[in-house]
Design a protein around this ligand. Structure first.
Ligand code: PLP
Length: 394
């Protein structure tokens, strides 16, 4: 039989560190590999699978729309797109939307629109922040390992410590086009923002004529226990970046645009696939499923349960367990990677966030029984000797 792992290794770019597993099918919060082995999925499509795998309503909407119309660029009107724009604006309270295909594109558009709108060029971002991998979004991303191979990046970006309002106050000037922040830093280690910092940033932007960009690419669509994490604090961004789970796992991103941005000149930006009917159909179906299943409510309840159960694990290796909703991090006193591979051996797929944080990002439909399996596996791998797991001397 053909070894498809080897075939993929032979042809892929090499930029991904792949795990040795071939995933073939998913349902809800479960995944299966080509040998029929079942996994509890705490990778959750890296945040794109909030709705769970194999949602029938999304599958039906996609199939029906694929037969009707797939391509229709935004220079033509489309009923589904109109309905989706209306729904996204209703959900976020922001009046306009630019549709694209990924999180990094939403961030990129936010920077371009902020520059055009304010006629300023500087962007202030946060240390440990992650905003994507295209050149503009990467310029706002903090991690050196992502940035350094691509220097020089876009000029005019600076980083301040997250949750430090005084540092932000010093960094925002009359040249600042925008401040970009996550409500919870996901990739950067699962660090929730304090309400004082986030609301202080909003007030500061208003005072100094800068725009507030909130990046909810990872925290949006129920993940943190509210439809959008901004709603925990009454935060009102001028530009709101969303993507990942917006269309039930189908590639799509969106930038919601507030009143302070003003009217954008025509032709300054665009995307061939942005707002295509296939993604719009998937998104409309996904959004109504999220409401029907009360995914934000489930994330709030299940997230509190997961955090409480992880905190019960009596291991000296655990430094902290934190999170909001089902965006949960367990900080270790040791590197996370060996534990991720040990978890996989026990049927749990999870992520890291930085070097030493285990990150759990399951579909929001995950059951308590499945969360119990995750907690048991975490407890078991933390109890095993480090040397055996890590293959490195203590
Ligand atoms: C907060 C945040 N912003 C932006 C991105 C980039 O999104 P994408 O991978 O869809 O380009 C991510 C991806 O993980 C993210 O977590």
């Amino acid at each position: 039989m053909m070894d498809y792992s080897a075939l993929e290794e032979a042809h892929s770019s090499g930029v991904y560190a792949k795990r040795p597993v071939m995933i073939v099918r998913g349902e809800g919060a479960l995944l299966w590999d080509d040998k029929g082995r079942e996994y509890v999925d705490c990778i959750g499509g890296q945040g794109a699978a909030n709705l769970g795998h194999g949602n029938p309503a999304v599958a039906a909407a996609l199939a029906a729309q694929a037969r009707e119309l797939i391509s229709c660029p935004e220079i033509l009107h489309n009923e589904l797109r109109a309905k989706l724009m209306d729904r996204l604006c209703e959900l976020t309270g922001l009046p306009r939307v630019y549709l694209c295909n990924s999180g990094t594109e939403a961030v990129e558009a936010a920077f371009k629109f902020a520059r055009v709108s304010t006629r300023r060029t500087e962007i202030v971002a946060a240390m440990r922040g992650f905003h994507g991998r295209t050149m503009g979004a990467l310029s706002a991303t903090w991690n050196k390992a992502y940035r350094e191979p691509f220097l020089p990046l876009v000029p005019g970006f600076r980083h301040v410590p997250y949750n430090n309002l005084e540092a932000l106050r010093q960094a925002v000037t009359d040249q600042t086009a925008a401040v970009i922040l996550e409500v919870v830093q996901g990739e950067g280690g699962v660090h929730p923002g304090s309400p004082e910092f986030l609301l202080g940033a909003q007030a500061l932007c208003q005072e100094r004529g800068a725009l507030l960009i909130v990046d909810e690419v990872q925290t949006g669509f129920g993940r943190t226990g509210k439809m959008f994490a901004c709603q925990h604090h009454g935060l009102q961004p001028d530009l709101l970046c969303v993507a990942k789970s917006i269309a039930g796992g189908v590639p799509m991103g969106a930038l919601l645009i507030g009143e302070r941005v003003g009217v954008l000149p025509g032709h300054i930006h665009g995307s061939t696939f942005g707002g295509n009917p296939l993604a719009c159909a998937a998104s409309l179906a996904a959004l109504s499923e999220m409401a029907r299943l009360d995914l934000p409510g489930r994330a709030a309840e299940s997230g509190a349960y997961l955090i409480a159960r992880l905190r019960e694990i009596p291991s000296p290796l655990v430094r902290d367990v934190r999170g909001l909703g089902l965006l949960v991090g367990m900080e270790l006193r040791s590197k996370a990677a060996p534990y991720l591979s040990a978890l996989m051996d026990r049927g749990v797929l999870a992520l890291n966030a930085g070097l030493n944080v285990l990150r759990f990002l399951p579909p929001l439909v995950i059951t308590h029984e499945q969360l119990d399996r995750v907690v048991e596996a975490v407890g078991a791998v933390l109890a095993e000797p480090v040397r055996e797991l890590a293959g490195v001397p203590e």
